[in-house]
Write a protein that binds this ligand. Structure first.
Ligand code: XMP
Length: 531
């Protein structure tokens, strides 16, 4: 992370920023989101990648210590670098972060007994007041929070006092107001702590004195300047998938460097109904961005002929994509840079406690199979942003709302929504069913409440009866899930009338389907896509 951190720092040097030291909590990213929602830039660093020199150079206005799966009581458990408590900046410790602060500053933490453990909803009785609580919690209040801890603080370091207690944690909320060190046993970053976002806002604004000027408008202007500086008069190519990330990347780049950008849209023949037309119209006709629209559908469909194995499909598509992209690239002539819509969750290094002391870097999902040997320098203007921030950036760039809010769509496209062999006939059936399903979801006003919805065409025929005739046609499965990041998901609880309407329309309007089923599997144990 060190190389990119320097660039991130440069990009945000004009803004106040907060450092989050990650001890491996499942919800560390939520801390970053709450802080950024308060208009303050922040970065997440693994605790073991943060040394004194680096932290001083970053010069944060405040530091947050995240939760984590370890026990501070255990030998060799992670510690914060001492500089964290010596820089004179406010520190907020969350759960493990609170315990590590207490332990390092001379207090005591003990293994929790049966009664001391708290998981899930709990209540804090507020016994004192300080600037972190201003306008949020009053002394004497009884407030809902979300807890997840085994160990607990049993003796405070000098200078600290109790601010709140819960049933299982007498030191649920502590503070040393002089040094502006705060510790909470609960997790203010999760929605189950209803006033948690307001507490983070107080931390960044009241306690750390951040201005809250990190807006998408400001980010856009700075990103434009940074792209111009990086690219100079060089040529840039950008692969468009039709998804939000690559689209926002392209529009941002176009704003920065105009015609030095050429977009490449590879039509694999596996796109949804009307999708290619929509992409080409938006980019070539509306934005006037030079665009190569490569119709490679025959190449893809013949490459996939007879293939039913999901992994084989993915490999073939990935390989062909690289070949076609390479061919198109040659036509641009002299391109030096490749722009990609890599996001912050793809580049955050997380602390890995299962894989030993090493850090794992989350794999890139949205690279679209682009080869590493392309010898192009990368331009990745979104690598500091979360998905919802990318959507905000799209809005700041004036992009159409229905484009910005599109559901995610996988690189291998409809190929992984057609279990079994891919044929043009089955693709066409799937496209029609999918379009009806999405249209009905939009008509019902449900599109934005759903993370992703799509139809799958099963390689199974069943017997039906339509009018006086026997039918023997395919089964269509419908999938709709809610999720925050695609890592876990719940199926969407449509009412029966809605499902009834979609099923009737699909069976009546799409030749080749005579049965519709709804997938009620969560992730895990299922995945969102079927292949
Ligand atoms: P799964 O099926 O793994 O999907 O639960 C999680 C999210 O990732 C998308 N997905 C992909 N996106 N290339 C992509 O760009 C892929 O190969 C790919 N496979 C799955 C999926 O649509 C969902 O949003």
């Amino acid at each position: 992370m060190s190389v990119q951190s320097v660039s991130q720092l440069n990009a945000n040097a004009n803004h106040d920023h907060i450092l989050i030291l990650d001890f491996g909590s499942q919800v560390t990213q939520l801390i970053a989101r709450r802080i950024r929602e308060s208009g303050v830039y922040c970065e997440i660093w693994p605790f073991n990648q943060a040394d004194e020199q680096r932290i001083k150079a970053y010069n944060p206005k405040g530091i947050v210590l995240s939760g984590g799966p370890c026990s501070v009581v255990d030998k060799d458990s992670p510690r914060a670098p001492d500089i964290v408590f010596e820089m004179g900046v406010p520190v907020l410790g969350i759960c493990y972060g609170q315990q590590v602060m207490v332990q390092q500053l001379g207090g005591l933490v003990e293994k929790g007994d049966e009664q001391g453990r708290e998981f899930g909803r709990a209540y804090v009785d507020v016994t004192a007041h300080n600037e972190l609580l201003d306008g949020v919690w009053d002394k004497g209040a009884h407030e809902q929070v979300w807890m997840s801890h085994g160990d607990r603080v049993t003796k405070l370091p000098e200078g600290f006092e109790i601010v709140g207690t819960s049933e299982g944690a007498p030191f649920a909320f502590i503070a040393d107001e002089n040094r502006r060190f705060f510790g909470v046993q609960f997790h203010p970053e999760v929605v189950h702590t209803p006033h948690g976002a307001a507490l983070y806002r107080n931390f960044t604004h009241n306690v750390c004195g951040c201005k809250g000027d990190w807006t998408m408008g400001a980010f856009k202007d700075e990103a434009v300047a940074k792209i111009r500086k990086q690219v100079g008069s060089g040529k840039v190519i950008c692969g468009l998938s039709g998804g939000v990330d690559s689209s926002v990347t392209a529009v941002l780049l176009h704003e920065a460097i105009g015609d030095q950008l050429t977009c490449i849209y590879v039509d694999t023949g596996l796109m949804r109904q009307g999708e290619s037309k929509q992409v080409v119209e938006l980019f070539r006709d509306h934005y006037n961005i030079p665009l190569i629209h490569e119709d490679a559908s025959e190449r893809f469909l013949s490459g996939l002929e007879g293939i039913a194995d999901p992994e084989m499909k993915r490999k073939i598509i990935g390989g062909l994509f690289i070949d076609v992209f390479d061919d198109c690239k040659k036509r641009v002539g002299g391109a030096e840079f490749l722009a990609q819509g890599t996001l912050y969750p793809d580049v955050i290094e997380s602390v890995s406690f299962t894989g030993g002391p090493s850090v794992t870097i989350k794999s890139h999902h949205n690279v679209g199979g682009l080869p590493e040997h392309m010898e192009l320098k990368l331009v990745e203007p979104l690598r500091e942003l979360f998905k919802d921030e990318v959507r905000d950036l799209g809005r700041a760039l004036g992009m159409p709302e229905d484009f910005i809010k599109r559901h995610p769509f996988p690189g291998p496209a409809l190929a992984i929504r057609l279990p079994g062999e891919i044929t043009t006939e089955r693709l066409e059936i799937l496209r029609k069913a999918d379009a009806i399903y999405i249209e009905e979801i939009k008509n019902a006003g449900l599109y934005d409440a759903i993370w992703q919805a799509f139809a799958v065409l099963l390689p199974v025929r069943t017997v039906g009866v339509m009018g006086d005739n026997r039918t023997y046609d395919y089964v269509c499965a419908l999938r709709a899930v809610t999720s925050t990041d695609g890592m876990t998901a719940e199926y969407y609880p449509f009412d029966h009338k809605f499902l009834d309407r979609v099923s009737t329309r699909i069976i009546n309007e799409v030749m080749g389907i005579n049965r519709v089923v709804y997938d009620i599997t969560s992730k895990p144990p299922g995945t969102i896509e079927w292949e």
